[in-house]
Write a protein that binds this ligand. Structure first.
Ligand code: PXL
Length: 276
């Protein structure tokens, strides 16, 4: 049975990170092995939360995996809370990423044109250094700008224009030349009324679009990166894996909008897991 090491936090409420990734990976027939970075009562979008940072225990946790001789077909990383965790995760990848181990990095650090208040320049540089080792990265448009050093305002100028694809491809060059096989830029405004996911690789750019329901729900990116990671780990082609993830999310978000769920609570994905 194939196994994925999932490096992310676990939040009790506000479906995201581990509670989003594990069910997706499991339903796709792969064993999800959690390596927690922090334990939270609820995700950070709520007015208050309790957070137990797991950084000081991650090394002992990994040491036991080492002692047991465990290995992984893929590694998926998400929200990283501090620079110490970057160091730990870099070390983990150095040791556990073998020749055929797929590394998927969701470079969670920014959205809507701004870097998260919790993310210093040094932490963003750390996320970038991890992303540069990956086979697949899944940045949103803001994170793509942070990784490539381009101006988000420049990206916005191309919104709903054919020139968006040229903009992405041009700016992705350094990441592709650096060795990343596929960049999947999520939530890109390419077509009016639609939201696009753009796959950029050495062969060019392809897009998978879905209806734009508006709003920003907790955990959508985590569900997406987990579905793409599990699909490619299973041997699916990147375009097929992205297409399946997008259909799954489109149905889930539609149901969530109909239910009128608080965006902090996350999306109603459970009834749609069978689509994966
Ligand atoms: O979905 C990203 C995420 C992960 N983990 C925690 C979060 C968030 C988004 O807010 O708060 C703790």
């Amino acid at each position: 049975m194939k196994k994925t090491a999932v490096i992310n936090d676990i939040s009790g409420f506000g479906k995201c990170s581990m509670t989003a990734a594990i069910p997706v990976i499991s339903v796709m027939g792969i064993q999800a092995c959690p390596l927690p970075t922090a334990v939270l009562s609820n995700q950070t979008g709520y007015p208050e939360y309790f957070c137990d940072d797991f950084s000081d225990r991650m090394e002992d946790y990994i040491a036991m995996w080492r002692k047991l001789g465990l290995s992984f077909d893929s590694i998926l990383t998400g929200y990283i809370a501090n620079e110490k965790q970057i160091e730990i995760i870099n070390g983990f990848c150095k040791e556990f990423k073998k020749k055929n181990t797929l590394l998927v990095v969701d470079p969670v650090m920014a959205d809507n044109g701004s870097v998260y208040a919790t993310h210093s320049k040094k932490l963003c540089d750390g996320v970038k250094s991890l992303a540069m080792q990956a086979d697949i990265i899944t940045p949103n448009l803001t994170e793509f700008c942070v990784l490539t050093g381009c101006d988000y305002k420049e990206a916005e100028k191309n919104a709903y224009k054919e020139s968006m694809k040229d903009f992405l491809q041009r700016n992705a060059k350094n990441l592709i030349d650096g060795g990343i096989k596929h960049i999947v830029v999520t939530s890109v405004p390419c077509i009016e009324g639609k939201i696009s996911n753009c796959i950029i690789d050495k062969d060019g750019i392809r897009t998978v679009s879905s209806q734009d329901f508006g709003g920003s729900y907790s955990g959508t990116g985590d569900l997406f990166s987990a579905a793409v990671c599990a699909g490619v780990t299973k041997g699916e082609d990147i375009f097929d894996a992205v297409s399946k993830a997008v259909r799954f999310l489109e149905c889930s978000v539609k149901a969530t909008v109909m239910e009128g769920t608080n965006p902090n609570d996350g999306i109603c994905f459970e009834p749609f897991l069978k689509l994966l």
